[in-house]
Write a protein that binds this ligand. Structure first.
Ligand code: HAM
Length: 416
């Protein structure tokens, strides 16, 4: 038997309602913040991600689905949405039309990570990006969009974690300080962190290895190495979060797994998730548009993992799939039933019938399973008298309705 690929997941009909609910909550909320949807391709030139996300990141160095196209160009299934959106913004000069562009995207992303609870190789992100505004109030606005979405989706508890990773003016010196401190303690580090001490020292701060924790806590902190502009920016972000009474925790180790960040970074975690506890993550990326060949345009955004959100929200109760079930018990009444079915559907009702001549019990069971509000029965008796028997499934009351009135009666009842 052919099975779904490891790390991918079918979203089955009984689960899809939960997805559609959070997706429409996202669309409704993002529109209130002036964001419009953008849809970019699922595959891009590999270069885009290598340059955008950073060649030394885990994502680019070991998690991308990269393949040679038939013309030998190197293509990659997008591991995240930001780089593709930035490419589209540059390619179509979207900032000319709107210098404070706000967009969102929904869709599948691909990373070849080790699958575990909440971690997939194809997963879905909801992504928001705002370009062209350097003011710290936009950082807080983006955080409000993220948290507003979690509230709208009904996520019970979560924690906002915040940091500033500095910018081109102050981070290089901090990275050197960090590298020096790591070099002096190489023996305490495992092989991964030893390598990162050279290639990408910030990522060592992310390490979960128990034997490295004491050293990491003693390392120089970025907060002590921010330039004045970054320090003021971060202080203003924090002041405004307080203004809106948004609780948060500063974690100086929150460096995130993508290299494009500058200044504010944030994540929202949930205790309900286990090891993969990040529901969403984001931050500023003021140099990315320029790095990818565009104008010097600031950017900030976040992405949320839909599998994780839906998992925490849990299975919603089964939905009503039918307003009226036509229980056909007299084969001679088939045409009548099919015509009524068409008429009621045209009036906007969800209507199903039995096509296989099943018995009363089996048809009632099916109507129950579909949570049908009404069952309209057509048996030999009804057929002879030109009537239908209509059962209200909630009240279990029963009425006899003449053929001439049945459509109008059901439309009124089901819409009422
Ligand atoms: P990220 O932290 O790599 O950031 O991913 C954002 C979210 O996607 C995570 O918090 C998680 O919920 C979900 N996610 C990531 N990998 C997986 C996986 N393998 N399985 C299931 N869910 C996953 C970004 O992607 C940035 N582009 C966010 C951003 C947008 N920054 C600025 N703008």
């Amino acid at each position: 038997m052919i099975r779904a690929i490891k790390g991918t997941k079918d979203i089955l009909p009984e689960e899809v309602g939960a997805w559609q609910r959070v997706e429409s909550a996202a669309r409704a909320l993002f529109a209130r913040y002036g964001c419009r949807e953008i849809r970019t391709p699922i595959f891009e030139e590999t270069q885009l991600f290598a340059r955008g996300i950073g060649a030394e990141t885990d994502i680019v160095s070991k998690e991308m689905y990269t393949f040679a196209d038939r013309d030998e160009s190197s293509l990659t299934l997008r591991p995240e949405a930001t780089a593709g959106i930035v490419r589209a913004v540059i390619e179509h000069n979207l900032m000319n039309e709107d210098p404070a562009l706000r967009v969102y995207a929904l869709g599948p992303m691909f990373r070849r990570e080790r699958p575990q609870k909440g971690r997939y190789r194809q997963f879905h992100q909801v992504d928001v990006e705002i370009f062209g505004v350097a003011a710290p109030s936009v950082d807080v606005e983006v955080i409000q969009i993220a948290l507003g979405f979690l509230e709208a989706a009904g996520l019970p508890d979560y924690e906002l974690v915040l940091n500033s990773v500095g910018d081109a003016a102050c981070r290089p010196a901090y990275v050197e300080t960090l590298r020096a401190a790591l070099r002096a303690n190489l023996a305490t580090l495992g092989p991964d962190s030893q390598r990162r001490a050279e290639t990408n020292p910030l990522r060592v701060l992310d390490s979960k290895a128990p034997e490295e924790q004491a050293l990491i806590e003693s390392l120089p902190k970025i907060s002590e190495h921010l330039c004045d502009a970054c320090r003021e920016h971060f202080a203003e972000v924090r002041r405004q979060l307080d203004l809106f009474a948004i609780p948060y925790r500063v974690d100086h180790r929150l460096v995130r797994g993508l290299d494009y960040y500058t200044r504010t970074t944030f994540e929202v975690t949930s205790g309900a998730l286990g090891a993969q506890n990040s529901v969403l993550g984001g931050g500023r990326y003021d140099g990315l548009v320029k790095d990818l060949g565009g104008p010097d345009l600031t950017g900030i955004g976040f992405a949320l993992g839909l599998e994780r959100l839906v998992m925490i929200l849990g299975a919603p109760k089964a939905e009503r799939r039918c307003d009226v079930f036509l229980a056909l018990l007299a084969p001679a009444g088939r045409d009548k039933a099919l015509l009524l079915q068409r008429e009621l559907r045209a009036a906007g009702l969800a209507v199903l019938t039995d096509h296989e001549g099943r018995g009363l019990k089996s048809q009632m069971k099916r109507a129950d399973k579909l949570q049908s509000r009404f069952v309209a029965l057509l048996g030999d008796d009804e057929l002879a008298k030109n009537v239908w028997t209509v059962r209200d499934m909630a009240g279990s009351s029963q009425e006899t309705i003449e053929d001439a009135r049945i459509a109008a009666y059901l439309k009124e009842k089901a819409n009422g």
